[in-house]
Ligand binder design. Structure first.
Ligand SMILES: [Zn+2]
Length: 112
């Protein structure tokens, strides 16, 4: 239990909470100046991290946290809408995964 693998810890630009990189979305400013969502966390460029919560995404949008962190041009509403959709999908995938982990095998006869 104590021997968790060391993983990169990142800070959400909105709430300043830290989390394992896996649980934060990486937004990156590419060398050409455009800003995009980095699904794999491997794109070159300046990165900023956001929780997968609507609250943090909204704070980032309203307070221009991503623009400040990335030193980018203003980010469009459409981009934030896309990020919101991605966040929802990540949360859904996560819920599905933990359900599977909680009920391995057939699941028949497992008590809750
Ligand atoms: Zn956050």
């Amino acid at each position: 239990m104590m021997k968790a693998k060391r993983q990169p810890i990142r800070t959400c630009v909105a709430c300043r909470n830290t989390d394992q990189k896996r649980k934060l979305m990486r937004i990156v400013r590419l060398p050409d100046g455009s800003v995009t969502f980095d699904a794999k966390g491997k794109l070159n460029g300046r990165g900023a991290y956001l929780c997968t919560t609507a609250q943090c995404i909204t704070v980032a949008e309203k307070q221009k946290r991503l623009e400040r962190s990335l030193k980018s041009a203003p980010i469009t509403k459409e981009f934030f809408n896309l990020v919101l959709q991605i966040a929802e999908q990540i949360e859904l995938d996560d819920a599905e995964r933990s359900t599977k982990i909680a009920a391995p095998g057939s699941g028949i006869g497992d008590s809750v």
